[in-house]
Design a protein around this ligand. Sequence first.
Ligand code: S3P
Length: 454
Amino acid sequence: MSQHGTPLAITASPSGPLRGVAEVPGDKSISHRALILGALAVGETRITGLLEGEDVLATAEAMRALGATVTRHAPGEWHVQGVGVGGFAEPEQVIDCGNSGTGVRLIMGAMATSPITATFTGDASLNRRPMGRVTEPLALFGARAFGRAGGRLPMTVIGAVDPVPVCYELPVASAQVKSALLLAGLNAPGESVVIEREATRDHTERMLAGFGAELRIEDGAEGRVITLTGQPELVAQSVAVPRDPSSAAFPVCAALIVPGSEITVPGVSRNPTRDGLYVTLAEMGADIAFENPREEGGEPVADLRIRYTGALKGVETPPERAASMIDEFPVLAALAGFAEGKTVMRGVKELRVKESDRIDAMARGLEACGVRIEESEDSLSVHGMGPSGVPGGATVESRLDHRIAMAFLVLGMAAKAPVTVDDGAPIATSFPAFEALMTGLGARLGGQTRGESA
Ligand code: S3P
């Protein structure tokens, strides 16, 4: 799982109008959490709509390694026979989380208050990412971690034998850190408290409540205070995973820059903690309708209808919105290249520690495609080309980052000349059907194994 196989160059060429229904895959964040909470519950959790991308499959494998029984019954339909809170077994082998920061950080949290030892690794991208943001607060519960310099994987976590509850204020806006601590708090006696200044995605809180955990959430002057009572009995659930708004962002943005497009994306999560891109697109003048709003699996969902109406206008995204659209900045930066005027993204330094340094990856790729940018440690500005159009005609690096690869393929669909991504293989981590789905809508995408001639 540590490699994405042979690098696969993919080229996006100027495409005709995109039309049709885009059934994007299940939400990645919710899929990880359904498997982990299913593994910690008593009884059989039934999941439908699970994302079957490499990241989530690695988490399924990790749950098996920790003693849960995880079975696939049909596409997207998985059952998890849980071991109960505190019931994890010590894994016999190293746990390989592939490309997934969410997977490794949440699993470290979930096992950190059990008397077991586990060693974690990942691919070249994951092994560069900081784990100290999780292991330092996990030490407050009594867990110990030993990794490479800078708190990097591979890393061994020794779970606490007698865990104690903690009170911790997050120093970074990170749902992964928050979730790791809440999952660790499950097996600590008494109340654990996690405080976040800025709201981050709240799927862990929603799902913990759904599985029967006792959880209090208070919004106050210091931010959101989440209090979890430890050692509950989690009860197996049926979880219907809504479609991923972060994956939906790719066909949505493509339809907004390819003239004449009109698409529908059904059943997309509209969780307010994930909604920042859609707020931003509305400010830019996009025509997006949210139809049939309803609740599915404890999450608000709607059907999205998107119509191309001409060039959008550049806007500023404020720092306080960053967490609610943190995974959408690459595709927003690509779309901003087609807008009229400048788009400024502020408060985005967390992008530097994602699957790649996404500010640098987008900046270099956009420059190669003929778009002027400005960057700082914490911001990215894109000078939209408006009616003169984005030249394209470049090969850009995806840097083992699925969202960088998809963002530049979207850009290539509307640029004046084709854009090639040097390696599209990482797309399989979150959106295995991306190429087929986009081609079905009318995109011109062509794959090619490196070494083949054009
Ligand atoms: C995620 C949280 C975010 C996001 C990631 C998924 C989650 O990461 O970028 O893709 O499922 O909790 P951070 O917590 O590092 O911001």
